[in-house]
Design a protein around this ligand. Structure first.
Ligand SMILES: [Zn+2]
Ligand SMILES: [Zn+2]
Length: 448
């Protein structure tokens, strides 16, 4: 009897490493999925606005620690210091080797959730102005955090397959474009090492769950916020000839700006100029002294960005001069230094390499080359302005395949990111994101 149990023990000791050796990103993602989806639903029910991610960051820090990371909390310095920064960095060391940065973002949006899900958010919180607003993870950053935690757990269990240092970065304030800069300003690369590669991901509201989508080169735009005050000389609405009407002038300027896109820019360089807000006047019969406008300006290349921003200023001032506005009342055009996101550039060689990795780990049919968009994400900051750190930002699908098929057939739009009705399907989306991120990291850090 004793000899038999000894034999069993010896056999199980020999088999145990074999079982461990069979663990794959796929099998480990499956094993972690129920727990990680539980975390996702908890995060979804408890969203926090940009700059207020205190509880979210604490939870991510706890999970990274449990996955085997050395964790630093409260990382980040905002330029305006209006908010405390809740950046979290988890360092997972495994001997000498490359350093790879893996990033997820943590903030939610001031949106009232209308998904009807059992775990829908009912949270109301104060915004920067002290006003109560509903809060929702309408951009899916909760799926990112869940997949990020899953990735850390899986890589912590696959240490026999990689070497080097993984720097897990949970970033605050992505939606207002200030979080990544706040972390870099607080010495992210000095304190935790400059990575050899940077990887980020985002869910996508028009790709089916189970798929990964990626773009080579520019994948997201430069986003600039521009404030314009058109000034005139107000007076009676019945006597316009005795005034300089800033409302008519603002209308002319808006139309003239469209020629920056259609006449001044190469048709091969995408540009968007959207006037998202215009305010002027108080009453039907009063011509006001000024009109205020807020623009979002989207471009890819830095030289196009500079030219478009200069043209916005030139055209506003030129139209005002043509309308007879005195030079001391020329429009005031200011480009925000804080509300700016630089374009996200996917290193082409690295993208090709990872597409091959994903085709092997997820199947050829589950990897899509998608069009770039004019959205923005400050993940771009981790690559540095000269793109000297090769980076890839990929998408994972978040929509039921049947709904995507119907959308492709009928053109009936699906709820977009930031919509109150955006409801990612958790299991397949998060599973694919974990496998996508884990296999990418393993390939970049594999033992030779
Ligand atoms: Zn968003
Ligand atoms: Zn987002």
């Amino acid at each position: 009897m004793k000899i038999r149990s000894l034999l069993v023990l010896l056999l199980s000791m020999r088999i145990a490493p074999l079982i461990l050796a069979q663990q794959t990103p796929q099998s480990l993602a499956d094993a972690e999925l129920p727990s990680v989806v539980g975390i996702y639903k908890g995060l979804h029910s408890h969203p926090e606005l940009s700059g207020y991610e205190e509880q979210t960051a604490a939870l991510v820090a706890k999970e990274l620690r449990a996955a085997g990371c050395q964790v630093t909390e409260h990382l980040g310095k905002y330029e305006d210091s209006k908010h405390k920064a809740y950046g979290v960095v988890g360092v997972m060391k495994n001997g000498d080797g490359p350093t790879v940065l893996v990033r997820a973002d943590m903030d939610a949006l001031p949106v009232e959730e209308e998904t009807g899900l059992p775990y829908a958010s009912k949270v109301v919180a104060k915004n920067d102005e002290g006003k109560d607003v509903h809060v929702m993870h309408a951009c899916g950053h909760d799926t990112h955090m869940a997949a990020f935690i899953g990735t850390a757990r899986v890589l912590g269990k696959l240490k026999d397959q990689w070497h080097g240092t993984i720097v897990f970065v949970a970033q605050p304030a992505e939606e207002i474009g200030t979080g990544a800069r706040a972390l870099l300003r607080d010495g992210l690369y000095d304190r935790f090492g400059k990575p050899n590669f940077a990887l980020g991901f985002h869910d996508k509201a028009d790709i089916q769950a189970g798929h990964i989508g990626v773009t080579e080169r520019h994948t997201m735009a430069n986003v600039d916020s521009v404030d314009v005050t058109v000034r005139g000389i107000g007076g009676h609405g019945g006597y316009p000839h005795k005034t300089k009407d800033p409302v008519v002038l603002a209308a002319e300027i808006i139309n003239a700006w469209q020629t920056i896109v259609s006449r001044e820019t190469s048709p091969l360089d995408p540009v968007v100029i959207t006037v998202g807000s215009i305010h002027g006047g108080t009453k039907h019969n009063i011509i006001p002294n000024e009109v205020k406008m807020q623009l979002t300006v989207r471009t890819y290349k830095p030289e196009v960005r500079e030219r478009v921003l200069a043209a916005i200023d030139r055209i506003a001032k030129g139209c005002a001069a043509a309308a007879g506005i005195p030079s001391d009342l020329a429009p005031v055009v200011s480009v925000s230094k804080d509300l700016v996101t630089v374009s996200t550039y996917n290193n082409p060689e690295l993208t090709k390499r990872l597409v091959d990795v994903w085709k092997k780990s997820l199947g050829d049919e589950n990897v899509e080359i998608v069009d770039p968009t004019m959205g923005g994400d400050d993940f771009s900051e981790y690559s540095l302005p000269d793109h000297s750190i090769p980076a890839v930002y990929f998408h994972f699908g978040a929509v039921e395949p049947a709904k995507v098929a119907e959308y492709k057939k009928t053109g009936k739009e699906l709820p977009t990111l930031h919509s109150s009705k955006f409801a990612p399907v958790p299991e397949p989306s998060i599973r694919t994101a974990i496998i996508g991120m884990t296999t990418a990291v393993l390939d970049l850090m594999k033992k030779s």
